[in-house]
Design a protein around this ligand. Structure first.
Ligand code: GDP
Length: 365
């Protein structure tokens, strides 16, 4: 499953949010490939289409696709230099696909703020600086190693050093690595460095429970929005406290509580959907009588690799896929009806799987 790491200064509401995530957690038996670790929360990705597929197919079992959140505590000023939990937490962030940066936007005099006052911009900059410093450290080591190979005059090494220097310059100017336009070759050069500032970021603006319906009236949220939009990043206003209350409710109670608060869906769901958008992810479905199930792939994944998400044997022995779009299946109400109209296609190895495709793979064992 793809993972997002939760970062933020102390006392901004990370643990409250993370506890809500683990409370809301998925039935782990369905996700044997997910990490079992107290710092990892596995959640099911909300998708309205699954319910409709269940109506159409009436399967024995329904399994949404999953997403992991990792609690990355201990980031403080000086972390990149080993303060607080120091470099250990940075190692955890290297493994994630996206970062959820929790920013305190709630006022509460009983809860101390590390810098004495609520200051979202200052908080964001503190964390971002630590991430930049950690990346610089990584880059400088790599540049040093690459320079040793420069003597041969190999064009590839020259290009590599140039690319690394360019990123270094950006970091020195307080710009995250993701702000640079990189060619495919350059992306390959930096991929193994797992730079923290290369990862997409979502800002979770933690507002108090009575502000959650009108979070944009909170001036701190506006500050976070201005900062994020300059970076092209998304802001999800959320109340960690409300999320922890929502997580304890189910079904109708949850819906009623959300309505009372004036919300359409939980902050956690909005966060998961935003992470999906940010990471360029698609969902495709398998829909048999045994099981209707959602699977996560990256945009641009071809049919055999999409099959490989289910099982490596499916990828290895891939022959063809039978594909119908969710819309076509939903509108026609049954697989047979969709087939009759010629809406079920046979696709081969080069087929780019689309969001919402309902797929049936044929493969050799
Ligand atoms: P962390 O250090 O970032 O993990 O922060 P915690 O989740 O432990 O939260 C710090 C304190 O802030 C706790 O006492 C929480 O109950 C409180 N807190 C978190 N979110 C909110 C909120 O939305 N409103 C209020 N009033 N308090 C909150």
């Amino acid at each position: 499953a793809l993972k997002a790491g939760i970062v933020g200064l102390p006392n901004v509401g990370k643990s409250t949010l993370f506890n809500a995530i683990t409370q809301a957690g998925a039935e782990m038996a369905n996700y044997p490939f997910c990490t079992i670790d107290p710092n990892v929360g596995v959640v099911e990705v909300p998708d309205e289409r699954l319910q409709r597929l269940v109506e159409i197919v009436t399967p024995h079992k329904t399994v949404p696709t999953a997403f992991e959140f990792i609690d990355i505590a201990g980031i403080v000023k000086g972390a990149s230099k080993g303060e607080g939990l120091g470099n250990k937490f940075l190692q955890h962030i290297r493994e994630v696909d996206a970062i959820v940066h929790v920013v305190r936007c709630f006022q509460d005099d009983n809860i101390t703020h590390v810098s004495g006052k609520v200051d979202p911009l200052g908080d964001i900059e503190t964390i971002n600086l630590e991430l930049i410093l950690a990346d610089l450290d990584q880059l400088e080591k790599k540049i040093e190693r690459s320079r040793k190979n420069l003597k041969g005059g190999d064009k590839k090494v020259v290009a590599e050093v140039e690319c690394l220097e360019r990123i270094k310059e950006a970091l020195y100017a307080d710009k995250p690595a993701r702000s640079l336009e990189l060619s495919d070759d350059e992306k390959l050069i930096v991929r193994d460095l797992h730079l923290l500032t290369m990862k997409p970021v979502l800002y979770a603006a933690n507002v108090s429970e009575d502000e959650v319906a009108n979070s944009d009236d909170n001036p701190f949220v506006k500050i976070v929005r201005d900062f994020a939009s300059a970076e092209g990043a998304e802001v999800i206003p959320i109340s960690a406290k409300v999320e922890s209350e929502i997580a304890e409710l189910d079904g109708d109670d949850k819906a009623m509580f959300l309505e009372e608060l004036g919300l359409k869906e939980s902050g956690l769901n909005r966060l998961i959907k935003a992470a999906y958008r940010e990471l360029g992810l698609y969902t495709y479905f398998t829909a048999g009588v045994q099981e209707v199930r959602a699977w996560t792939i990256h945009k641009g994944t071809k049919a055999p690799q999409a099959a490989g998400v289910i099982h490596t044997d499916f990828e290895r022995g891939f022959i063809r896929a039978e594909v119908v779009s969710y819309e076509a299946l939903s509108t026609n109400g049954s697989m047979a009806a969709a087939k009759e109209k010629g809406l079920v296609r046979l696709e081969g190895k080069e087929y780019l799987v689309q969001d919402g495709d309902v797929m049936h793979f044929r493969f050799n064992v």
